[in-house]
Structure formats: C-alpha cells, structure tokens
Design a protein around this ligand. Structure first.
Ligand code: ZN
Length: 261
C-alpha cells in the first residue's frame, strides 16, 4: 500500500457567534479571518469532488485547500455559507443523516440550499456511531441509507464518506466500496493512499486556538508541518491503543471540552 501526502484539507464542525468552551466550535470572526486569508493569498478552494478528480488524474493542485465541515450543524448554513459566498469559496459538507432537522442541525431545505449554491454535500454516515465496531450489515445500513437520503435531498450523486470519529476498518472500506463510494475522508492529517481502489484521504481537524504554525503553513507550505501533524496524529493512535478506547475518549472530551462526539 503506497502512501503519500494529500493536499491541505481542513475540518470545521460547528460555528457560533461567540467564543465558547468547546475547542471544536469556532467563533464566526475567526472563520472570517481564515477565509479572508485564503482569499487574499489566492489559495484555490476546492470541493472534495475537485480534489479527488485532481488526485485521480495524478495532478495534485498546489496552493490549494479543501474546506470540509462535518456533522451538519445548522451554523454551516446560517453562519458559514454567507461568508463562503461573500469570499467566493467552496466547501464540502459531510452530513449525518439521522440528525437532519434535529434542533441545531440543518433541515433538508437548508442542505438543498447549500448544494444549489455550489457546495458539495456528502455523507457522514447515518447515526454517527463508530463504524469500526459494527457488523457488516450495520455498516452497510449506515453507508447506504445516508447516501440514498442525501441523494434524494440534493438530486446529485453522493460519492464520498467522512468517517465518524475517524474510526474505520477493512470491513468499512469494503462496504464503502460495495455501496458505491469512491473515497473516504479520515482525520489523519495529510495522509493519502488507495485501499482496494478506494481513495483514503486524510484531513486536518481544526481546534481552537489555531496555531501560528498553521497560518504560516497556509502562507508557505512546508513538509515539516505536514510530518509534524501526521506524526502527532499517529501518536494519538498509539495512545488510544495503550490506554484503551474508552479512557482515550474521556481524555479527548476533557481536553477539547467537546460536548458531542
Ligand atoms: Zn462528526
């Protein structure tokens, strides 16, 4: 399995009008400054479709970024979309379909609106439960059901899957391939490889406060930053194996002040 590094792909989750404790929730002012930087430095914003096409053609686009937004929180529609449109940038929204229409989450009309305004809508599974501990049939239900629901909403093909919690296995890959996905997006920064002809593409999850190193990297990409983030993420995998999934999950929740998984 030949591994290499992908383009820069970042993950946001939720956006608010004010700064809150949860390190995964960004204040809209911070997001605005990220987007402004991307725009003024002429960094090309790609949807995941464009990114995957460039990978398949073996022509990685330099000086580019793909913005992804996981979960389907309503702030993606109410706060982020107006800023994306203002700066003429694209993003890919990975939606957990059981949460559609729940309080604080987008409804089907809002998701359709994003799609109609140039954003890519893709799957973040059905329930957001960890896929690596499910039976094959349960994984299939998660992946197929969410794909069909989203295709029904946006009237376009849904070919990409973002893995809840970044946790997957060979069975998840086989199942994703069987139900028609062409790429899965993980939370291992910059990682990229093919497994059974399915592209496995890593992303950098952003948490507050964003480091100066990240801003410097946006302005002048360096392989040092790529390796640092990649190895940091692999270190977390080792920690998880050492202390066990439950303890790791509780440590992660404490450290990030995350309310939701
Ligand atoms: Zn998620």
């Amino acid at each position: 399995m030949k591994r290499s590094f992908s383009s820069t792909i970042i993950i946001y989750h939720e956006i608010s009008n004010n700064t809150v404790d949860d390190r995964y929730v960004f204040c809209i002012d911070d997001i605005r400054s990220h987007l402004k930087l991307i725009k003024t430095k002429k960094i090309l914003s790609l949807t995941c479709n464009e990114l995957v096409q460039s990978i398949l053609r073996n022509k990685m686009i330099t000086n580019s970024i793909a913005i992804t937004v996981d979960d389907g929180h309503r702030s993606g529609y109410s706060l982020l979309l107006p800023e994306l449109l203002k700066y003429g940038l694209n993003a890919t929204f990975f939606i957990t379909t059981d949460w559609i229409g729940n309080i604080d989450f987008m409804n089907r009309y809002e998701i359709r609106y994003l799609s109609d305004h140039g954003m890519s809508i893709q799957s973040h599974a059905k329930t957001h439960n960890f896929l690596d501990v499910m039976s094959y049939n349960a994984i299939k239900n998660e992946l197929l059901n969410s794909k069909l629901s989203l295709e029904d909403i946006v009237g376009k093909e849904v070919n990409f899957l973002s893995i809840p919690g970044g946790r997957f296995s060979r069975e998840v890959i086989a199942c994703a391939k069987e139900v028609g996905y062409s790429a899965i997006f993980t939370s291992t920064p910059f990682e990229f490889y093919f497994c059974d002809n399915l592209a496995i593409i890593g992303r950098l999850g952003l948490k507050r406060p964003v480091s100066h190193a990240f801003y410097n990297f946006l302005l002048a990409p360096s392989i040092f930053f790529v390796w640092k983030e990649y190895l940091k993420s692999k270190g977390k995998v080792i920690l998880k194996k050492t202390v066990g999934g439950d303890i790791y999950y509780n440590l992660w929740k404490y450290w990030t002040k995350r309310k939701q998984s």
